[in-house]
Ligand binder design. Structure first.
Ligand code: NDP
Length: 247
């Protein structure tokens, strides 16, 4: 059986210290890639790379331009050029109605979940274009397609990630750089600690398969999108929602 082959590829995974990002790092490493974890949680990132052969951890806050640029330079010094970028770092933010969110609460989610994706793409896409090869996978959410109540900040940010993916894909379409996103429904990770049980129950109740998604399922889809096998699909939005999304 042919396996996903990422031999010799170098992959930056933001928020790769835990949860979905860590599972993606595990899968990419198993497929032959070298992972560079960009995460703000240095301790968790160091622990994660200790379990991933060849992996490197670099501290970054994806919302700060200087921090992203420093991470880019540190990455270049340690491993050279980057072939793959997985924009996974994100937060859920508070579970509140739009008018109950303070401007700071609303902005924080937009800054991390959308602006951070822009900054990391801005930092790494030019190198990919110069090499004539790149794979970018943005971790959006079903919330960005459907809009979840009590998550207007998160839904708006993830809808923004879907739009950014489609625009960037067209900008790079003739240059070997392929850009897609995935839209998972709820997956049990630490991120769920940020939101109310009522909100988690609501999201689970919307899934026809009647269960949470698994981090391994997100990693499997992402690994294919990171590979050379994904060659004629760009600007795509890949469902991972146990049947919740029917479009
Ligand atoms: P986790 O909270 O388990 O992991 C997210 C990681 O990103 C953490 O290590 C976190 O660090 C890091 N991070 C957060 N903000 C920043 C920042 N500013 N700079 C650098 N790193 C940062 O979340 P998940 O694994 O569940 O989520 C991963 C992605 O998947 C997110 O984009 C999320 O929106 C998306 N997603 C998740 C779903 C789910 O149900 N779990 C469903 C759909 C999409 P720290 O711990 O310090 O915050």
């Amino acid at each position: 059986m042919n396996k996903i082959n990422l031999e010799g590829r170098k992959a930056v995974v933001t928020g790769g210290a835990r949860g979905i990002g860590y599972a993606i790092c595990q899968r990419l490493t198993e497929s032959g890639a070298r992972c560079i974890i960009w995460d703000r949680d240095e301790e968790a990132a160091s622990e994660a790379v200790s379990k991933l052969p060849g992996a490197v951890a670099i501290a970054v806050d994806v919302t700060r331009e200087e921090s992203v640029n420093e991470a880019k330079q540190a990455t270049a010094a340690k491993v050279g050029g980057i072939d793959i970028l997985v924009n996974n770092a994100g937060i859920a933010g508070c579970s509140k109605k739009l008018w109950e969110c303070s401007p700071d609460e609303w902005q924080e989610v937009l800054q991390i979940d959308l602006f951070g994706v822009y900054l990391c793409c801005r930092a790494l896409v030019p190198g990919m274009l110069a090499n004539g090869y790149g794979r970018i996978v943005n971790i959006a959410s079903i919330a960005g397609k459907e809009g979840n109540p009590n998550a207007s900040h998160y839904s708006a940010a993830k809808a923004g990630v879907i739009g950014l993916t489609k625009s960037l894909a067209k900008e790079c379409a003739e240059d070997g750089v392929i850009v897609n996103c995935i839209t998972p429904a709820v997956i049990e990770t630490d991120i769920l600690k940020q939101i109310s049980q009522e909100h988690v129950d609501y999201m689970r109740s919307k899934i026809p398969m009647g269960r949470f998604g698994l981090v391994e399922e997100a990693a499997a889809l992402t690994a294919w999108l990171c590979s050379e096998d994904c060659s004629f699909t760009t600007g795509g939005v890949f469902d991972l929602s146990g049947g919740r999304a029917t479009y």
